[in-house]
Design a protein around this ligand. Structure first.
Ligand code: PDD
Length: 284
């Protein structure tokens, strides 16, 4: 079934939704994006995504074509028009079409595109079985805190994982894990501490990460924000990832080494339940 897609003020059947070949998103990956999850037709943590979007735009000196209130309305309209119950809304803003020049145009006309994604988040089979991950060097640029559409290296990482019979890759820089190709990475130590890399330019400041760490602390769990190695992860009690499209999903194998008994860990399962309950309760 054809989706209704939003492009620069118009709601169009996806076949008719088009942007210019001179769009800087296409020519320079000069664009930023967000994926906000949808449960029961409602948006999860819209405010968090809107704030991160504003930050990405500011860092790139890119104007926004709409206010954040207008953006919320467009998200809701798209959910309604597509009858979306569960999945996500993908949003992208680029610096728009301009004569090809490395320098930013003086008077940019940003492009705004949104479309819906149907994803079975709550009943994902991987939440039951857990994921297998492999490690790869982190060869992305140095500003991973800005959510740009430069996703070729993460795509290569997913392909490398697939070629090895795994589900995803964790990226390693200076001996420590930065994050997954499209998610934040965590381990649970044998004494029950949740460890995830601290925020910096090296990783995306995950919206799910912020919520899960807050919920873990509210549930009296101990959180340590610091780097960890693949070896430490292989010897951990549990591991998991978080993102808007996977929520909390356990990891059961790292570079061919099975974690614990090879089943999803207790803490990852508990955090997934807590996150899902709050996401359902607070979605707008
Ligand atoms: N990816 N790290 C990276 C590199 C990501 O691309 C993502 C999200 C995350 C998790 O962030 P959040 O919890 O805000 O979704 C971490 C999205 C889902 C994607 O590219 O599809």
């Amino acid at each position: 079934m054809s989706r209704i897609v939003y492009v620069n003020g118009a709601y169009l059947p996806e076949e008719e939704a088009k942007v210019s070949v001179f769009d800087r998103g296409f020519l320079f990956a000069d664009g930023v994006y967000e994926v906000t999850s949808v449960l029961n037709g409602k948006l999860v943590d819209f405010d968090g995504h809107a704030k991160r979007l504003e930050r990405s735009l500011t860092e790139l000196e890119m104007p926004s074509p709409v206010t954040m209130d207008e953006l919320l309305q467009i998200h809701r309209d798209l959910i309604d028009r597509n009858g979306l119950v569960e999945g996500g809304v993908y949003l992208q803003i680029t610096r728009g079409a301009a004569p090809r020049d490395f320098a930013y145009p003086a008077d940019p006309k940003p492009t705004l595109v949104l479309f819906t994604l149907e994803i079975n988040i709550s009943g994902s089979p991987k939440a039951e079985t857990g994921l297998k991950v492999v490690s790869i060097p982190d060869e992305r640029w140095g500003r991973r805190d800005i959510k740009t559409v430069q996703l070729l290296y993460p795509s290569m990482g997913k392909m490398a994982a697939k070629a090895q019979g795994a589900d995803d890759a964790w990226m390693v820089e200076d001996g420590a894990v930065t994050e997954g190709t499209s998610n934040n990475a965590y381990i649970v130590t044998k004494d029950g501490k949740i460890v995830t890399r601290q925020l910096s330019h090296a990783i995306l400041h995950g919206i799910t990460r912020a919520a899960v760490l807050r919920m873990a602390e509210e549930a009296q769990m101990i959180v340590e924000e610091r780097p960890f190695t693949i070896e430490e992860a292989q010897n951990a009690a549990e591991a998991f990832i978080t993102s808007a499209t996977t929520f909390v999903t356990p990891v059961v194998e790292i570079d061919g080494v099975t974690l614990g008994d090879g089943k999803p860990g207790r803490i990852a399962k508990r955090l997934r339940e807590i996150y899902m309950d709050e996401a359902r309760a607070k979605a707008v």
